[in-house]
Design a protein around this ligand. Structure first.
Ligand code: TRP
Length: 333
């Protein structure tokens, strides 16, 4: 039996941080062996915010290098740039003919973005979920790993796929479902600001590309408190967060050592943070080195992008042949 198809789009914004690494990225890497995977960098979607040409290209390069450095293997998965697969834009156009103003206007992410940027409520923003549906169904994907913020967009993709099938009396597109990680939830990495999880917009993140100096500074600034006063007391959130980070990057004897100190009210947060910073550095250093060396290897990046686009095109052009036939777009020549 042929493998089920998994697809995910990656927004080319910002750098990957530890939270991304232990969340989505690690799961992508795990999926490439068991599914036919398509991962692409959604550069066309990002045009809704009007990046400069330099910023656009720079972010796409950076994101590509970072995902490769984290272990996305171009020999296993198809990793490509959305704009290299122009078939998607054709499908987007066709899907737009059956996407209705009302349903697009009701989308939460559209309403949010329109409210935040009232001067840039463009048609691309309105039809963002249509382009996303095209991304997904062009490979007839079965699964899409999505976070909470993308659930509604996935539901719209399900709707557009079913609408197309119904309209043309076909069963071309399978229903794309959310990918759930066989009981293994992504590890939630806390931020350094005392509460909540690590996120780039929260400003509490450690990026994989951060230098050892950056990391030491960020960790030393992490929120703590004045220390425990009674033995074995429960750790308040900021302190628990530091321990959670340690659990992720440090050796068990190191964790046990500081846990013990805490429980005996003898912890020195400065020492703990120093240790944590060094353990984070040890963890991220090899990834950072890979990012840097991939970015310096133009030929490698070019080959990855070309081969990814070729693999994607093979699947997309087969779908588009069927789509055109069903719609009645027939060539005279
Ligand atoms: N909208 C997604 C995000 O903002 C990116 C994306 C574009 C995507 N096309 C997709 C995700 C297709 C999954 C499937 O993160």
């Amino acid at each position: 039996m042929s493998k089920q198809v998994v697809l995910s789009g990656i927004r080319p914004t910002g750098n990957l941080h530890l939270g991304n690494y232990f969340g989505a990225v690690r799961n992508f890497v795990a999926m490439q062996d068991n599914y036919r995977c398509y991962f692409f960098i959604a550069d066309i979607h990002s045009l809704t915010t009007h990046p400069t040409p330099e910023n656009l290209h720079g972010s796409v390069r950076q994101v590509l290098a970072e995902y490769l450095a984290c272990g996305i293997d171009p020999d296993k998965a198809a990793i490509y740039i959305q704009s290299d697969l122009t078939e998607t834009l054709e499908l987007y156009t066709y899907l737009n003919m059956n996407a209705y103003l009302g349903e697009l206007e009701r989308t939460t992410s559209f309403k949010d973005k329109a409210r935040k940027n009232p001067d840039n409520v463009n048609a691309g923003l309105l039809t963002y979920p249509v382009l996303m549906a095209a991304d997904i169904i062009i490979h007839r994907a079965n699964y899409v790993p999505v976070g909470k913020d993308q659930e509604q967009n996935l539901e719209m993709a399900v709707k557009f796929a079913a609408r197309f099938n119904r309209m043309y009396g076909a069963e071309l597109f399978p229903k794309p479902g959310p990918f759930t990680y066989d009981g293994k939830d992504p590890i939630k990495v806390p931020g350094l600001d005392g509460s909540g999880k690590m996120g780039k917009s929260e400003g509490n993140a450690i990026n994989l590309i951060d230098t050892p100096e950056d990391i030491r500074k960020k960790v030393m600034r992490a929120v703590t408190d004045s220390g425990p006063t009674t033995p074995n007391q429960q750790k308040p959130e900021p302190i628990q967060n530091l321990f959670t980070l340690m659990n992720i990057v440090s050796k068990s004897d190191v964790i046990a050592f500081f846990d013990d100190k805490y429980n005996n009210c003898r912890i020195r947060y400065g020492d703990m943070k120093k240790q944590l910073a060094e353990d984070i550095i040890a963890f991220t250093a090899p990834i950072r080195e890979r990012i840097v060396s991939i970015l310096a290897d133009e030929a490698f990046m070019a080959r990855v992008a070309r081969e990814g686009a070729e693999k994607a095109r093979e699947s997309a052009s087969a779908t588009m042949k069927e789509v055109r036939k069903l719609i009645g777009i027939r060539r005279f020549f």
